[in-house]
Structures are given as structure tokens and as C-alpha cells.
Design a protein around this ligand. Structure first.
Ligand code: BTN
Length: 247
């Protein structure tokens, strides 16, 4: 993998998408020490203080139709989970669809973004943000009770390079299985904290409650509301009872 290292950037995903549109090859990696505009899902920001986290975007060029890549995001979450385990021994869980959680607190977020050429897949950018050496006070006030870092969990500073190496290795392994993802999706289900829980489905102003029964092979959540119907949720916000302040 070709690695481009930046000191400061607005967002490694924005930078990676620009390079991908200019034609850089599959496997190009953007790593930054600091992001001034780190982005999360649903227009949120991702706290990216200098020198403390891993802010990484990997440009992939899968030879597959967009419709064959619906499982890519959950598969990458499982890959990042494996990387954290390999590098630190910490066993994180996955909050659907792609947050890594330890002891009920968010450790990592993943933002995948796709670029199309007509109706074909041109590229996918997999953006990974891992909280590494943050202490509680390094997080913005609103995250202090819901975020954690590798060093907070381990009680010692960690070497970010070791985690980066494991991360890139696991993303590569996952990519090699992209069109045969069944084992990865099964592992995801085993490690997903959302399944088997009461959840809230939040769509704009509308909030509904249900039981997260399963996830299908495209990564969509199968939710059973109180009326007994089965609802497929493939995007949006799902809060898990007991996590991030939802009681
Ligand atoms: C989320 O929590 O919703 C996803 C957060 C993803 C953050 C990473 S950090 C590297 C890459 N660049 C970004 O701007 N976002 C992703």
C-alpha cells in the first residue's frame, strides 16, 4: 500500500476522495496526525486532536457493482475490530453499523464513501478514526462520558504505528474476501452489540422502538417493533439501550 502522511488536513476522507477522482491507484492510504474537519456519519464531526488518534483513509477500487458492495461497511468494521485485537489484545464490540465500542464507550468510527463512474464503482474510501492516546479531558465535553481510547482502556500509552500496521493488514485481508464475505458477516454478528437488544430507530424527527433481531448479509438490520412486523433498516441512526446514554 502507498502511504501518504500529512501533518494536518481538514479530513483524510475528503483528501482521499480528491486523489481517487484524480486516479491514484487502489491501496493508496492517507494518514494524518491531525484533522481540522474530521467527518462522521450523518453530517457529524469526528474529534481529531493532534497526535492522539489515528486518522486514516484507504482508497479501494473493487471490481464489483455498487449493489455487490452493500456489506463493505460492516466488513470493514469487523476488520478494524480484528486490528485492534491484534495490536492491543483489546476485544471491542461493534455498534451497528460501524462504531467500535469498549465497555459501552465509543473507541472508533468508520466512514465509507463511494465514488461512481456512471453507474459503476469507481472507488471506495474507507475512513477510520481510532481514539488512541486521548485522556478523558482531550475529548470535547459532550463526548467525555461516551468516548474512550485505547490508552484509557489499557492504562498506558500505545504505539500508534503498531495499530496502523495491523489496521492496514486487516483491511487488506478483508478486501481479499470482499466477494465471499459470509464468514466475515457471521463474525460481525457474533461481535455486534446491537443484535438481541431493544433499540430506537431515529429518522429525522421520528423515533421508533423495536427489537434488533438479526442483520442480513447486506448489513441491513432486521428490527421487530411491538406490532410484530419485521422492518429492514439499512441506514440511519439506531440507538442501543444501555449505550451512549440511552437508558
Ligand atoms: C463516525 O463516527 O460516524 C465515523 C467517523 C469516521 C472518522 C474517520 S477519521 C479518518 C476519516 N476522515 C474523516 O473525516 N472521517 C474518517
Amino acid at each position: 500500500m502507498d502511504i501518504i502522511r500529512l501533518e494536518t488536513v481538514d479530513s483524510t476522507n475528503t483528501y482521499a476522495k480528491r486523489l481517487a477522482k484524480e486516479g491514484v491507484p487502489h491501496g493508496t492510504v492517507i494518514l494524518a496526525d491531525h484533522q481540522t474537519g474530521g467527518r462522521g456519519r450523518m453530517g457529524r464531526s469526528f474529534s481529531s486532536p493532534k497526535g492522539l488518534g489515528i486518522y486514516c483513509s484507504v482508497i479501494l477500487r473493487p471490481e464489483a457493482e455498487p449493489s455487490q458492495l452493500l456489506h463493505l461497511t460492516p466488513m470493514m468494521a469487523e476488520a478494524v475490530r480484528r486490528a485492534v485485537l491484534e495490536a492491543t489484545g483489546l476485544s471491542a464490540q461493534i455498534k451497528w453499523v460501524n462504531d467500535l465500542v469498549i465497555n459501552g464507550r465509543k473507541l472508533c468510527g468508520i466512514l465509507t464513501e463511494m465514488g461512481l463512474n456512471g453507474t459503476k464503482t469507481d472507488f471506495v474510501v474507507v475512513g477510520v478514526g481510532i481514539n488512541c492516546n486521548q485522556k478523558k479531558e482531550d475529548f470535547p465535553a459532550e463526548l467525555q462520558e461516551i468516548a474512550t481510547s485505547l490508552s484509557m482502556e489499557l492504562g498506558k500509552e500505545i504505539d500508534r504505528e503498531t495499530v496502523i500496521n495491523a489496521l492496514l493488514r486487516q483491511i487488506q485481508i478483508a478486501f481479499d474476501c470482499l466477494l465471499t464475505p459470509q464468514d466475515w458477516m457471521e463474525a460481525y454478528r457474533q461481535n455486534c452489540i446491537t443484535l438481541g437488544k431493544e433499540v430506537q430507530i431515529i429518522r429525522g424527527e421520528e423515533v421508533r422502538q423495536g427489537f434488533a433481531e438479526d442483520m442480513d448479509d447486506t448489513g441491513a438490520l432486521l428490527i421487530r417493533p411491538a406490532d410484530g412486523s419485521l422492518e429492514k433498516v439499512d441506514s440511519g441512526e439506531v440507538s442501543v439501550r444501555g449505550l451512549y446514554g440511552y437508558l
